[in-house]
Write a protein that binds this ligand. Structure first.
Ligand SMILES: [Zn+2]
Length: 344
């Protein structure tokens, strides 16, 4: 028997209702107007509610703790308390961490590393069913400090499991309609910031042990990286990692001397002048000559010359950095721990 649209819809509704499908929570509400053809054949402006849905990071963190239960080597406090200095040394060396003179310090260090997970965010913009969409996924990163190795798993259960691939399987985080513009993609930032603020609280295992999560990495294609760290999209200075000019990319001596710019450095660079401190999305766009002068003077330059030259001077100082890194927008009240993880 073929299924009609109506009963496909009804069965999806049931599966959402009983929890088989998780559709997350609505975020980023937005109204856009779009051209459409009416029943009478007229072109009309139609208002559409656009929104995104997200599976809160907290739920993803909790689920991963249960799902990967057998792949995590989280131990109780009593395990750490009975370790001798020699055993602590061996364990710390295994995960390439520093050895200290103080046994209590070593114990706390080992405990910290073995109860901490690192996460990576990936995102991309694409067209889906004729509409632009943003998709965000999260991945827990494999770390021998907290996850068992493939060999340990084989010894334990006699089954060869690709532990890293299992742990790092991408988890759907946010999906929503969005254009590829900076304005549209920035709409996802407040909800992402909200989740990151939650990281100051640990998730707790079934046996009551606290596990701390750290958001540490982001990957994606060039536009995604540029969006994330406030680099110009394309152009001569489009590298999200450094301030290299693409025209000199064939010059090995130049290329190899480029330093990696941290988000902290980018923040300082943007906020060194009055335009950048305003915190808008395009602080250095279409600047008048007097604005350029003020901006350059605030950055220790004379600010003298023709507009064209001043523009070039500012561009080369900024080296492609055009706005604050995405997560630092409107974020004065970041707690220092989360901020340190994000910036360095
Ligand atoms: Zn580069």
């Amino acid at each position: 028997m073929s299924r009609t649209n109506a009963n496909i819809r009804a069965s999806i509704k049931t599966l959402i209702g009983n929890g088989t499908y998780n559709v997350g929570v609505p975020v980023v509400e937005n109204e856009i107007s779009k051209l459409a053809v009416s029943n009478e054949g007229q072109v009309i402006q139609k208002k559409i509610d656009v929104q995104a849905r997200k599976i809160p990071f907290l739920n993803i963190r909790k689920d991963a703790l249960t799902r990967n239960r057998d792949l995590l080597k989280i131990k109780s406090d009593s395990y750490y308390n009975q370790l001798s200095k020699e055993e602590l040394t061996v364990e710390l060396q295994k995960i390439h961490e520093e050895i200290s003179d103080n046994i209590e310090e070593m114990r706390n260090q080992l405990k910290k590393y073995q109860r901490q997970r690192h996460w990576l965010l990936w995102h991309d913009h694409s067209t889906l069913a004729n509409y632009g969409h943003m998709l965000f996924c999260l991945r827990e990163l494999y770390d021998p400090a907290i996850h068992v190795t493939r060999q340990e798993m084989l010894d334990k259960i006699g089954k060869d499991i690709d532990v890293q691939a299992t742990v790092e399987e991408p988890q759907l985080y946010i999906l929503g309609q969005s254009r590829s513009t900076v304005e549209d993609q920035m709409r996802f930032i407040p909800t992402r910031q909200e989740d990151l603020r939650e990281l100051k609280n640990p998730t707790v295992t079934e046996s009551g042990i606290e596990v701390w999560d750290v958001m540490r990495f982001m990957n994606g294609d060039n536009p995604a990286g540029e969006m994330e760290d406030g680099t110009q999209h394309g152009g001569n200075y489009g590298c999200p990692g450094c301030d290299g000019n693409i025209c000199s990319s064939h010059d090995m001596e130049y290329t190899l001397q480029r330093k990696y710019k941290t988000l902290e450095k980018k923040k300082e660079l943007i906020q060194a002048g009055p335009a950048g401190r305003k915190g808008t999305l395009h602080p250095f766009k279409d600047m008048k000559i007097n604005d350029l002068k003020r901006e350059l003077q605030a950055r220790g330059r004379s600010g003298e010359g023709k507009k064209e030259d001043l523009q070039k001077e500012l561009s080369s100082m900024l080296g492609g950095t055009t706005r604050l890194p995405a997560l630092l927008h409107k974020s004065d009240n970041w707690d220092t721990v989360t901020l340190t993880h994000l910036l360095n």
